[in-house]
Structure formats: C-alpha cells, structure tokens
Design a protein around this ligand. Structure first.
Ligand SMILES: CCCCCCCC/C=C\CCCCCCCCCCCC(=O)SCCNC(=O)CCNC(=O)[C@H](O)C(C)(C)COP(=O)(O)OP(=O)(O)OC[C@H]1O[C@@H](n2cnc3c(N)ncnc32)[C@H](O)[C@@H]1OP(=O)(O)O
Ligand code: FAD
Length: 667
C-alpha cells in the first residue's frame, strides 16, 4: 500500500518540525531547569543514548498486548539485562540516575525492585542501626536479596495504630514471634511482596510483657534464599489484577507464630534489650519515615506522570487537524483551538509547578534524615510531615484530572491503549490512595493548620513556622497588575480566611459540647478545604521562587508566561472563596480571565517545546500517539496490525460460534 511507503516516514512530521522551529528557547536549557542541574540533565541524555545502543533493552512486544505474567517476566528480563550493564550505564548508588534508568527501560507498570529501591532500602538507611546496616544494607544494595515494605493489612491501611499483626517479644529465646491473629490482619497490597521478594520490612505491633508499643519496623526473611520457597510459618501470594500497575505482584502475607531474632527489630532509634526493656525513640513517629520519603518524592513523580501524558497530548494536538478557522484551504491543528489550549496548558503549568516543588521537598527530606541520623535532631519532622501530607494529596488529585483531560484532548485515539494515557492515568491515580489516602492526609495537614491558627488566637504568632506565617497577615486591598506578589497576597488572604473559618467551626462544635474528635469530623470538609488552599499557596510560591532564580533569559521568559497562566488559573479556580469574602471584586475577576486567555496565546508557540524539554525517549513514553516523529497515523496502523487478534484472518470464536450461528439462521 503506497501510503505506508517508508520514505514518507523519514524525518519528523513537518507539523511538529514547524512547532519546534517556532520555540523561543532551547530545550536542553529548559531540561536543566526541569531536572535541577545541567549535570543531571546531561547525564539523563547520556544514559538514554547508552540504553538505545543495547538491543536487548529495546521494546519487544507492545505492553498493551501482554498478559500480566508476560509483563512481569518482561520486567524481570529487562532487570537482568540492566544488572549486566548497571555500572556502564549509571553511577552506582546514584538514586536519581537509577530512577531514570528504571523509568525509561522498565516503565511505570511496576517491577520487582520498585519497592526494594523506594522503601526497603530507605527504611534500612533510616531505621537500621549501624550494625544492622552492616548485615543487610550492602546485600540489599548489591541486590543479593529483594525486599518490600509490608505495612497495610486487609482490614487496616490508613489507621496505623490499629495494625493487627503482632511481634511479641520472648525474653527466654530473645526472639520476636510474628503472628497474624485474624484474616483482617493479613498484610495486603505491598508491592513486589506476592512472588518476587524474599525479604520484607514488616510493620507490626510490638508487644512486650503484654504491653503494646505500637507499630515498629522489623526485617523479616520470607523465602528460602536458594529455593525461593516460602519459609515454614509464612503464607504469601499475589492479590490479583489491579486497575493498573499490573507489572507488579502486590501481595498478601500471613504469619503463623513465625520467630525472628531480637536483632531483626530495626533499632537505630529505639531498642528492645535482651531482658525485654524498651528504649523509646526520640520522636514517636520516627518509624514512619519511609512513608515521608515517598511522599516527599511524589510531587516530582506525579509531575513526571502528568508530563508524559501531556507530551503525548500536545504533540498529537499539533499533528491532528480538524475543522477550520480563517483559512478554509487547510484544516487547522487542534492545538490552535482556545478550548484545546485551555484544556492542556494549565496542566503544563502545573507539571512545572509540581516538579519545582518536588525538587525542594526531596532536598528537605534528605536534610531531615541527615539531621536525625547525625545529630538526633527531629525538630523538622512535624513540618515536613504536614507539608508532604498536603502536597501528596493535592498533586495526585490534580495529576489525575490533568491526565484525564489529556486523554480527552486526544479524542478517540486517546481512548485507545495505543496512546498509553489510560495506563499512565491508572498508575498515577494509585497515588491518591497509596502513602496515605488523600482525605486522611489532608486531615493530617489540617492538624498543623489548626494548631497554627490556635497559636495566633492565643497571641503567640512568633511560634509559627515560616510556612504558616501568612496566617498573621492583615487584610489589604491588592492591585493585581503589580505582578506575582499581588496574586500571592490574595491567595494568602483566601487560605488564611478558610483556615480560620474551619478552626472556628471546630471550636464552635466543641463549645457546644462535642468532643474534639466529633467536632473534628463535623468540620472535616472545611478542614480539608483549608489544607488544599494552604498547599496550593505553597506550590504557587515555589513556582515564583524558582522562576525568579533562572538566569537564562529565554527560558525565564517562557516560564514566566507559564507562571502567569498558573497564577491566573489558580486564582480563578478558587475565586468563589474570594468573592464570598469580598477579597476580590468582579472587575478583578474579569482582569484575571483576560490575563488567562492572553497567557494561552503567548504559550501556544512554545507548547510542543515546553513538553519536548522533558526529553522522554520514545521507549519511556510507550505511546504510539506521542512519538517524537509525530507520524501518528502510520504508527497507529502498524500497532493495530500487531494486535494478536490480527495474527489470523478467522478467529476460533468465529469458527466455533458465529459461523455455526449464522449457518443455523440460514436454515
Ligand atoms: C539506587 C536507587 C535506585 C532507585 C530506583 C527506584 C526504582 C523505582 C522505579 C520505578 C518506580 C515505580 C513506581 C513505584 C512506586 C510505587 C510506590 C508505592 C508505594 C506505596 C507504599 C505504601 O503505600 S506503604 C503504606 C502507606 N500507608 C500509609 O501512608 C498510612 C497512612 N497513615 C498514616 O501515616 C498514619 O496512620 C497517620 C499519619 C494518618 C496517623 O498516624 P497516628 O495515628 O500514629 O498519629 P495521629 O493521627 O494520632 O497523630 C499524632 C501526631 O503525630 C504526627 N505524625 C503522624 N505521622 C507523622 C510523621 N510521619 N512525621 C511526623 N509527625 C507525624 C501527627 O501530625 C500528630 O501530631 P500532632 O502534633 O498531635 O497534631
Ligand atoms: C497501587 C498500590 C500500591 C500499594 N503499595 C503498598 C505497599 O507497598 N506497602 C503497603 O504497606 N501498602 C501499600 N498499599 C496500600 C495503601 O498504602 C493503602 O491502601 C492506603 O494507605 C489506604 O488505606 P486503606 O486502603 O485502608 O483505605 P481506607 O482507610 O479504608 O480508606 C477508605 C475510605 O475511608 C476514608 N477514611 C479512612 N480513614 C479516615 C479518617 N480518619 N477520616 C476520614 N476519612 C477516612 C478514606 O478517605 C477513604 O475514602 C498500596 C496501595 C495501592 C493502591
């Protein structure tokens, strides 16, 4: 068929080439801003190039046509190839490079080492004593053992204090006896637990002499290192297919009076002595640090998920032609429609905002762990916990929305698995649940907000952390034409008002006789609203800080357009609060709308390059629709032909059922 002639696929689609020509900045320079440094952006490109030279790391069969077993096997094959080339591809033990390598080669659907790297090793780093690290950390880093993080149970996830798995200390044998007393106590959900891991960090209620000390982390061997068979006393398996993440074997785990040595309780911050005496940690929640680590990474990770969906949608929108504007001789690129821009560009701005935030929170976590491990200083824990609790909830919610809009922006082809957007969506929205269900975490953030409001009301504003300082700002009239700082001021007033209103409501119920818990529940919706506003304010301020710090003039100009869009879009999105409280007038609302529409026009010529700047390879994108070459239709046709259904002309379902049925109908 002539229209599939290879020659017309040589070179990129001219529509995309035109887009790339009109960009006002250099995408390599933008990548430096996205990835935090010139060095890392360059390393990413170098790693991508090295991967492309290893034939065994190129895609085999499209993921959409694979069964779960095939996906898991393929991920393991890729891990095996990677381990043969590890030292030649990346600097060993460089977490960011390893993450990039995994993201690109194995993708996002999960693999046996995902939890090993993201939670098992970090828990050993933050919770194991030096002696324990000597024993296990090296082996884990060399991948002699595979570990996961087993905390959630069939009956309990959000409320850690009610975990049922027990670890009862036996002073006579100096062992802990792990036990699953009921079906609801089965560990349920941990990634890579079902079939791959032979070790786990198990969170269990520490019991000494009939006294419960709450959840503590234990390192537990689950399977024989030679045969990989579960050890006696252990029941373990896969929990079955999920909405996405089907390359991962999320698992269940039960213990039948399973004994582990005393030294398997991770004892960096707390200890159980041979006689059973307990030395408590410097902070009650220090055992939760691995969750805080993952939460601190989520703004970045979710930003990258949304970026992948937007690369696909923006490239496709520059290639897809539909309908007419002025020129009736040629259909228009759908990216030229204002509605399409309004659907996609605010999400592009959020991607950048989330990533800038993520760069900051990752550093905050690293600093916290240094402070705790080197100086025993836990003073930063509360702030980081409230910040990351709010952040993980807000970014996962908006990322889900942004990805779904990206899918719809691709019309019918967005609904095909060829776009890969449905998979990205499924993986990203898992983040609304894992590492703490979003509502639960917004309420954790609200605890800190209410405490801060109470401090202000009690006349102790000097005790507020810098993040809460806006709660003392007086109401002022703001001139929005002044620039970003004016937007921040209005946002601060809106967030402050909501924090005070929610706290007032809580206090009102308490004064009327409700207990704090009941009053809290009756005020919970208002409290979560306060948390969201507080978090969005933080994101907004990080975005401004980051753009101000950029030195490359053209990159800064492009990001200033994006920042302006973000400021206007965010303020418009929360305008109902501002109008209700008389913080903004309807004239100011009209100003914001006009600014927003003009931002869309300014961003339009840079849209493709703003997304190209993420420098995702086609291997990483795994999208037929979003490939860099933009030859959407040829690529889609090739992909469809590779469907297993098209490997024979007549399917057994036809010979077995349809054909006889039609024959019968003829009689
Ligand atoms: C070389 C390196 C290579 C790297 C390669 C990496 C390869 C990866 C490649 C690809 C990636 C693929 C993708 C994989 C990613 C998938 C990851 C999925 C991971 C999912 C894992 C999980 O989900 S684990 C389970 C998570 N579970 C939860 O989050 C449970 C949520 N619940 C809680 O956290 C707690 O129950 C609670 C915080 C909600 C309440 O706790 P608790 O009841 O104990 O406390 P209170 O509510 O009473 O509060 C008392 C007091 O404590 C404060 N507090 C609570 N938590 C903390 C904390 N963590 N830090 C500090 N303070 C805390 C709380 O605020 C209260 O304070 P007050 O002052 O009293 O208000
Ligand atoms: C893809 C994926 C991977 C995971 N990986 C792991 C892993 O590796 N290791 C691991 O241990 N776990 C893992 N989990 C489990 C995950 O951490 C839990 O599912 C999560 O913490 C939520 O807990 P839950 O399922 O008990 O939800 P529930 O708490 O039962 O939530 C149900 C509803 O109740 C509401 N709710 C609950 N408590 C409150 C409250 N106090 N106030 C108001 N509303 C409330 C929630 O908002 C939600 O609407 C994973 C989950 C998923 C989806």
């Amino acid at each position: 068929m002539s229209f599939l002639n290879k020659e017309i696929c040589d070179g990129d689609n001219p529509d995309l080439t035109e887009e790339r020509r009109t960009a006002t900045f250099d995408t390599d320079r933008m990548a430096q801003v996205i990835y935090g440094s010139e060095k890392f952006a360059a390393r990413r490109r170098q790693i991508t190039k090295s991967i492309s030279r290893i034939p065994a790391l190129q895609d085999t069969k499209p993921l959409a046509f694979m069964t779960r077993e095939e996906k898991i096997t393929e991920a393991c094959r890729e891990l095996d190839v990677l381990s043969d080339h590890w030292e030649q591809l990346i600097y060993v033990n460089d977490e960011e490079e390893a993450l990039h390598l995994h993201r690109e080669v194995i993708g996002m659907e999960g693999h046996p080492f995902a939890l090993h790297e993201t939670m098992f090793i970090p828990t050993l780093v933050s919770q194991a004593s030096d002696e324990q690290q000597e024993k296990w950390l090296g082996r884990a880093r060399k991948r002699e053992i595979i570990g996961c993080y087993a905390q959630t149970e069939l009956g309990h996830g959000s409320n850690l204090r009610k975990l049922e798995t027990t670890a009862t200390y036996s002073p006579s044998t100096q062992e802990f006896i792990l036990h699953t007393p009921t079906i609801t106590a089965l560990k349920w959900w941990p990634g890579a637990l079902g079939k791959s891991s032979n070790y786990a960090i198990v969170m269990a209620d520490l019991v000494i002499k009939n006294k419960s000390y709450g959840p503590h982390p234990f390192i537990v061997q689950l399977r024989d290192e030679k045969t990989h068979q579960p050890l006696p006393g252990i029941t373990v398996g896969d929990i079955g297919p999920k909405m996405a993440f089907n390359g991962a074997d999320n698992g269940f785990l039960g213990f039948d009076h399973f004994r582990i040595p005393r030294g398997n309780l991770l004892m960096r911050h707390n200890r159980v002595e041979p006689d059973g005496s307990y030395l408590k940690p410097p902070h009650a929640k220090i055992g939760y640090s691995s969750m805080v680590k993952v939460r601190s990474r989520m703004a970045m990770d979710q930003g990258l998920f949304m970026a992948q969906a937007l690369v696909i949608a923006v490239r496709y929108s520059a290639v897809r032609r539909q309908g007419f504007l002025e020129d009736k001789s040629q259909e228009v690129k759908v990216l030229d429609y204002q509605t399409q821009q309004h659907r996609l560009f605010p999400s592009i701005a959020r991607v950048y905002a989330f990533i800038f935030c993520g760069l900051e929170t990752i550093q905050l976590y690293e600093k916290l762990i240094l402070d705790v491990n080197k100086n025993g200083d836990t003073s930063g824990m509360a702030d980081l916990h409230s910040l990351t609790s709010g952040l993980k909830s807000v970014v996962t919610h908006f990322t889900g929305q942004g990805i779904e809009q990206a899918r719809m922006a691709c019309g019918g082809h967005g609904y095909s698995m060829a776009s890969y957007i449905s998979e990205i969506y499924g993986v990203a929205v898992a983040g609304c649940t894992y590492e703490g269900e979003n509502m639960v975490m917004l309420l954790q953030c609200a605890r800190a907000l209410v405490k801060a409001v109470e401090l202000v009301e009690e006349g102790h504003p000097e005790k507020l952390s810098p993040m809460m300082a806006y709660l003392t700002k007086p109401s002022v009239t703001v001139d929005l034409t002044v620039g970003p700082e004016a937007y921040v001021k209005i946002f601060q007033l809106i967030a402050k008002k909501q924090a005070f209103k929610a706290t007032e409501q809580l206090h009102k119920f308490m004064v009327a006789g409700d207990s704090r818990d009941v009053a809290w529940n009756k005020s919970a919706v208002e409290l979560t609203k306060a948390s969201r506003l507080h978090t969005r304010l933080y994101i907004l301020k990080t975005f401004i800080r980051r753009v101000e710090s950029i030195t490359d003039i053209s990159v800064k100009a492009a990001l200033t357009d994006l920042l302006n869009l973000h400021l206007n879009y965010e303020l418009l999105d929360v305008a109902s609060y501002a109008l209700a409280d008389g913080i903004m007038s309807s004239t100011q609302m009209d100003f914001i709308k006009n600014q927003l529409y003009s931002s869309l026009e300014k961003i339009r010529p840079n849209a493709v390059s703003l997304m190209d700047s993420f420098q995702f390879s086609d291997l990483q994108l795994r999208s037929v629709l979003g490939r860099r070459d933009g030859h959407v239709y040829q690529n889609l046709f090739e992909w469809a032909k590779s469907s297993p259904l098209n490997q024979s002309e007549v399917l057994p379902s036809v010979t077995q059922y349809l054909k006889p049925m039609m024959e019968k109908s003829k009689l």
